[in-house]
Design a protein around this ligand. Structure first.
Ligand SMILES: N[C@@H](CCC(=O)N[C@@H](CS)C(=O)NCC(=O)O)C(=O)O
Length: 234
């Protein structure tokens, strides 16, 4: 299998964390087609045009939640969706809160990162939704152990990158981190960073953020584009 992924992409980080935790890393090649991704040509390969994408011998699978289910279905003994119907429901609810109400709104708000051109109404609308999602998460998250139960599940794999975005990306909009200083989410966030798989994707995301902010990513993209052009010319 080949996973099209990027260090900073929270939806990709969620799948990497699942792959690390399932212990199936040897079955996967990690790849980022930089030139295609940053020139919008990923759509030629996967119509949705977003990462992560999982390529198998038989299919091109987009959408992180679908890839997560596929991995669980492919390796049922290592599946991370929970042991019984209630646990599975909790895992899916937390994963949806993280994906739809946190990550998606934060992702859209990034278009307003530039102070000069910022539309504050857009920021307020999206941050209101993030805050509402946080309220729901506070009610659903487990009081101890992992996000949905006493074991690491896909809920953690989705939530860890989402909370990274809350802490590191939201402040770029001059809005404080939506993770409150106290409560179950705050305690979970402190606890989960000691987990080896969470710690690993957090390091990768921090590396991606640094590369974006210090211009390294821009340089890599320019090099990848130039090399793609040369290949077309050859
Ligand atoms: N719903 C998708 C969202 C994926 C997504 O938005 N990926 C971002 C990177 S984190 C992307 O590829 N953005 C490129 C674009 O919007 O053109 C999923 O769960 O996989």
């Amino acid at each position: 299998m080949r996973l099209y992924t990027g260090d900073l992409s929270p939806y990709s980080a969620k799948i990497r964390m699942q792959i690390y935790a399932m212990g199936i890393e040897d079955e996967v090649v990690f790849d980022l087609p930089l030139a295609q991704f940053f020139s919008g040509r990923l759509k030629e390969f996967s119509p949705i045009g977003r990462i992560p994408i999982l390529e198998t011998d038989d299919a091109i699978i987009p959408e992180s939640e679908v890839i997560a289910e596929y991995l669980d279905d492919t390796y049922p003994k290592k599946a991370m969706v929970g042991r019984d119907p209630i646990e599975r429901a909790n895992v899916r609810v937390i994963s949806r809160i993280a994906d739809l109400y946190l990550m998606n709104n934060i992702f859209m708000s990034l278009s307003q990162a530039n102070k000069e051109t910022r539309n504050q109404g857009v920021v307020d609308l999206l941050m209101g939704q993030v805050s509402r999602g946080m309220g729901a998460l506070e009610a659903h998250i487990a009081a101890d152990g992992y996000a949905a139960s006493d074991q690491l599940t896909r809920a953690d794999c989705t939530l860890v990158p989402a909370l990274f975005m809350c802490e590191n990306t939201v402040p770029r909009l001059d809005v404080p981190s939506p993770i409150r200083s106290e409560g179950k989410v705050a305690e979970y966030w402190r606890r989960i960073q000691d987990n080896e798989y969470a710690a690993r994707v957090l390091v990768e995301m921090a590396r991606g953020l640094k590369a974006r902010l210090d211009g390294t990513e821009q340089k890599q993209v320019a090099e990848a584009m130039a090399s793609a052009k040369r290949e077309i010319g050859d």
